[in-house]
Write a protein that binds this ligand. Structure first.
Ligand code: WT7
Length: 633
C-alpha cells in the first residue's frame, strides 16, 4: 500500500517532512488519487477568520477513488462483511463490484426522487450495508449527508433536520438492537411533524413491522431502486465542496453541525487508516462504532473503503445474545484489526475472561481504542486478554472536528505506552498551552491541547453559523485550533489525553454538552433551574448527575427525579438520561450569579476533599444541604 509507513525511521522522516514542508507532503499523497482536474493551490489558511482551503479548484468525486480507481483490482474483493444482530441470521458479503452497483442504483434512485447536488440528506438508519450505500450514494451525486444516530429522539432529529434544512430522510421501518426492536419510522414521522423542509422519505424494510407510509412523501427503498440503472456518472465536486455535516454537542445548548469537505477528508481518512492500523491487503478490519458517529464515518466507511479494505459492520450490541459476541465475531471472520471504545471494554471486563477464552482470537494483529481516555486497568485487560500481549494497542485521540485520528501510535511502529495516545501522526502539529496561551515546551508539562497548523480533514465551519466555529475553536487561543481537551506530555515525550476542560461530558465515548441536558431538564413544568455535571463512572467513563430546583407541593423528590430522567430520555435520547437527579432547594452560586460547578462535581463524585473556600458564595448554606441530600453525611 502506498504511503504506508513501515518503521520508526520512516515515521520520523515523514513527520519531519510534514512539518518542514506540509504542502509538498500532502501533495504527494494527493497525487495518488484520481482527480478530474488537479488543484491550483494546495493550502490557503488563516486561523483567525478561520479560512481553511485544501487543494483549491481541484475537481474530483470521492467515490471514484473507491470504485473507478479500485474496481480493476478489487472488483471481487469483499468490501463489506455484515454481521446481523441475530447470530443465526445470514451474514452478507458485498464485493467492491456489488457495492458499486448498489451505490449507483441508490444514487439514481435519490436523483429520481428529486435530490440534487448540494441538497442535504439525513440518514437515520440501523447498522446495515444500505446505510453505507446511502452515504456513498450521497457522495456520488454531491448531496451532503448528515447521519443522525438512530438512538436519538424525535426532537433531536427534528432539530438536526431543521438546522440543515434537509430535503430527504433515509430511514428504516425499525431496528434490531440486542433483544429490542426499535420503531424508527415512528420517530421520523414525529420529527417530520415538527419540521417542513423534508420532501421525501425512503424507508428500508428491516424488521418488517407495520408502519405508516405517508402517500406522496414516503417510498420503500426497494421500490425506489427498482429499475434503476447500475451505472451512475459521478458528479464533479470541488475539493472544498461539502461532503457531510455531522452534529455534535458543545458547551452551548444547541448541537453544532461540523462540516467536512471532500478532498482533504478523503486524503486524511485514507492516510490515517493505513498507517495507524497498518492494514494489509488480505486483512479483515472491524470497527465496532455506529455510523452515526464520526468514528463510523471515517473508520468503517471512508478510510477503509478508500484503502480497498474489507470492513466489517455489526448491527448488534456487544452483550447480545451473550457477552462473548464480539469475540465470537472475531473468530468467525478471522478479524485482524479490531477497533472499539473503552466503555465497551469495561462493560465486557465485568463478565470476566471466560466469554473471551471460548473463542480463538489468534487472527488479531492490532487492537484499537477511541472515544475517551482509556484507564490503565482497561488498557491492560484489553492488551492482555484480547491482544494476548502481542497486539499493539493503538489508543487513538481525535474528534468529530478533526475528521481523522490525530494522535496515536502507528501499530507496531511507534511506541505503545499504556493510556497514552503517544505521538502525533505526520501532518499534525499539537501544542500544549497554559491558560494564557503560552506554548509549553519540553517534557513533563500539562495544559490545554491545541493544534497550530492545518491538516486536511479539519473542520471547515459549523453549518450555517461560521461565527460559532470561530468562537468555539479559534478564539480561545489566537492562531491555534483549540481542542477542548487537557493533555500532559510525560517525561518520555509521549502525550496523554486528560479529558475535557470545558462543559462537555463524555458518556460512553459520546459527547454531551451540560447545557443541552440542562435545557431538556428545564422543559419540565416544575423545574425552576438545573445544573448538570459529569462524575467518574465505572463503565461509562463519565456519568451524568443533575441537580434541579423544583417547585412542587404534591410530588415527592423521587417522583420528580424519575420524571426528569424520563424527560431527558425523551427529548434527547437514552444516552443523555442522567444517572442521578438530585432535587435541591438552591444551587451554589458566585456573587455574580455563576453556578459553581466545581462544587457540584465534587458532590457528584462523592469526594469532599479540597472543597475550597465556599464562604464567598452568594448562598453558602445550600452546599451543606446538597451534601446531605446526596447522602454524603
Ligand atoms: C472527544 C471527541 C473521535 C471519535 C469519537 C469521539 C475524547 C476521543 C480519545 C482518546 C482520550 C479521547 C476527547 C475528544 N476522546 N478519543 N483516545 N483518549 N480522549 O468523538 O464525540 O467528537 O469526541 O472525545 O475528549 O475531545 P467526539
Amino acid at each position: 500500500m502506498n504511503y504506508q509507513i513501515k518503521n520508526l525511521l520512516e515515521y520520523t522522516n515523514a513527520y519531519d517532512k510534514s512539518v518542514s514542508n506540509p504542502e509538498q507532503f500532502w501533495e504527494e499523497i494527493a497525487n495518488g488519487f484520481q482527480w478530474k482536474k488537479k488543484w491550483d493551490k494546495t493550502l490557503d489558511w488563516n486561523f483567525d477568520t478561520p479560512k481553511l482551503e485544501w487543494f483549491r479548484n481541484g475537481k474530483l468525486n470521492l467515490t471514484e477513488n473507491i470504485f473507478e480507481k479500485l474496481l480493476p483490482t478489487h472488483r471481487d474483493k469483499t468490501a463489506i462483511i455484515w454481521e446481523p444482530n441475530d447470530p443465526d441470521a445470514p451474514s452478507i458479503h458485498l464485493s467492491y463490484g456489488e457495492l458499486y452497483i448498489e451505490t449507483c442504483k441508490f444514487a439514481n434512485a435519490m436523483k429520481a426522487q428529486g435530490v440534487q447536488k448540494g441538497d442535504r440528506v439525513i440518514i437515520y438508519m440501523p447498522m446495515v450495508p444500505e446505510a453505507t450505500v446511502a452515504m456513498l450514494a450521497c457522495a456520488r451525486i454531491g448531496a451532503i449527508h448528515s447521519v443522525v444516530f438512530a438512538g436519538f429522539s424525535a426532537a433531536a432529529l427534528a432539530d438536526r433536520i431543521d438546522d440543515c434544512q434537509a430535503k430527504m430522510v433515509l430511514t428504516s421501518d425499525g431496528n434490531f438492537r440486542g433483544n429490542k426492536q426499535i420503531q424508527v419510522k415512528a420517530v421520523v414521522d414525529e420529527a417530520l411533524s415538527k419540521t417542513d423542509s423534508v420532501e421525501k422519505v425512503i424507508v428500508l424494510k428491516r424488521t418488517g413491522e407495520d408502519v405508516m407510509m405517508h402517500s406522496g412523501r414516503d417510498i420503500w427503498w426497494d421500490e425506489a431502486i427498482a429499475g434503476q440503472s447500475e451505472v451512475n456518472q459521478a458528479e464533479e465536486m470541488d475539493s472544498e465542496d461539502l461532503l457531510f455535516i455531522l452534529y455534535t454537542s458543545g458547551s452551548t445548548g444547541k448541537p453544532k453541525g461540523v462540516v467536512h469537505t471532500t478532498a482533504g477528508y478523503m486524503l486524511y481518512t485514507y492516510y490515517s487508516f493505513i498507517n495507524v492500523f497498518q492494514y494489509q491487503e488480505d486483512d479483515v478490519y472491524w470497527c465496532t462504532a455506529d455510523i452515526g458517529w464520526i468514528t463510523g464515518h471515517s473508520y468503517i466507511v471512508y478510510g477503509p473503503l478508500l484503502a480497498g479494505a474489507t470492513t466489517l459492520m455489526f448491527e448488534g450490541v456487544p452483550t447480545y445474545p451473550h457477552p462473548g459476541r464480539f469475540w465470537e465475531i472475531v473468530e468467525k471472520y478471522k478479524v485482524n484489526q479490531f477497533y472499539t471504545a473503552p466503555t465497551a471494554i469495561r462493560a465486557l471486563q465485568v463478565h470476566g475472561t471466560e466469554p473471551v477464552e471460548k473463542f480463538d482470537l489468534s487472527s488479531l494483529s492490532v487492537i484499537g481504542s477511541v472515544g475517551e481516555p482509556i484507564n490503565e486497568e482497561a488498557w491492560h485487560w484489553y492488551h492482555e486478554h484480547i491482544g494476548k500481549g502481542k497486539c499493539p494497542l493503538v489508543d487513538t485521540w481525535w474528534q468529530t472536528e478533526t475528521g481523522g485520528i490525530m494522535i496515536a501510535p502507528l501499530a507496531g511502529i511507534t511506541p505503545n505506552k499504556p493510556a497514552h495516545a503517544s505521538l502525533p501522526l505526520p501532518g499534525v502539529q499539537p501544542v500544549i498551552v497554559d491558560a494564557e496561551g503560552n506554548e509549553l515546551i519540553g517534557n513533563n508539562v500539562e495544559g490545554n491541547l491545541c493544534i497550530k497548523f492545518p491538516w486536511p480533514s479539519m473542520i471547515r465551519t459549523t453549518y450555517g453559523d461560521h461565527q460559532r466555529c470561530k468562537d468555539t475553536y479559534f478564539s480561545t487561543y489566537k492562531g491555534m485550533y483549540f481542542t477542548g481537551d487537557g493533555v500532559k506530555r510525560d517525561h518520555d515525550g509521549y502525550l496523554r489525553i486528560l479529558g475535557r476542560v470545558d462543559d462537555v461530558i463524555n458518556v460512553s465515548g459520546h459527547r454531551m454538552g451540560t447545557a443541552e441536558v440542562e435545557n431538556a431538564i428545564d422543559e419540565h413544568p416544575e423545574v425552576v433551574e438545573s445544573a448538570v455535571v459529569g462524575y467518574p463512572h465505572e463503565i461509562k467513563g463519565q456519568g451524568i448527575y443533575a441537580f434541579a430546583i423544583c417547585d412542587s407541593s404534591e410530588k415527592s423528590n423521587e417522583q420528580l427525579a424519575e420524571e426528569i430522567k424520563q424527560l431527558v430520555r425523551k427529548i434527547i435520547g437514552p444516552i443523555a438520561k442522567p444517572e442521578h437527579v438530585q432535587v435541591v432547594s438552591g444551587l451554589p452560586k458566585t456573587r455574580s450569579g455563576k453556578i459553581m460547578r466545581r462544587i457540584l462535581r465534587k458532590v457528584a463524585s462523592r469526594d469532599l476533599s479540597n472543597m475550597g473556600d465556599i464562604s464567598t458564595l452568594l448562598n453558602p448554606e445550600v452546599v451543606d444541604e446538597i451534601i446531605k441530600g446526596a447522602g454524603l453525611y
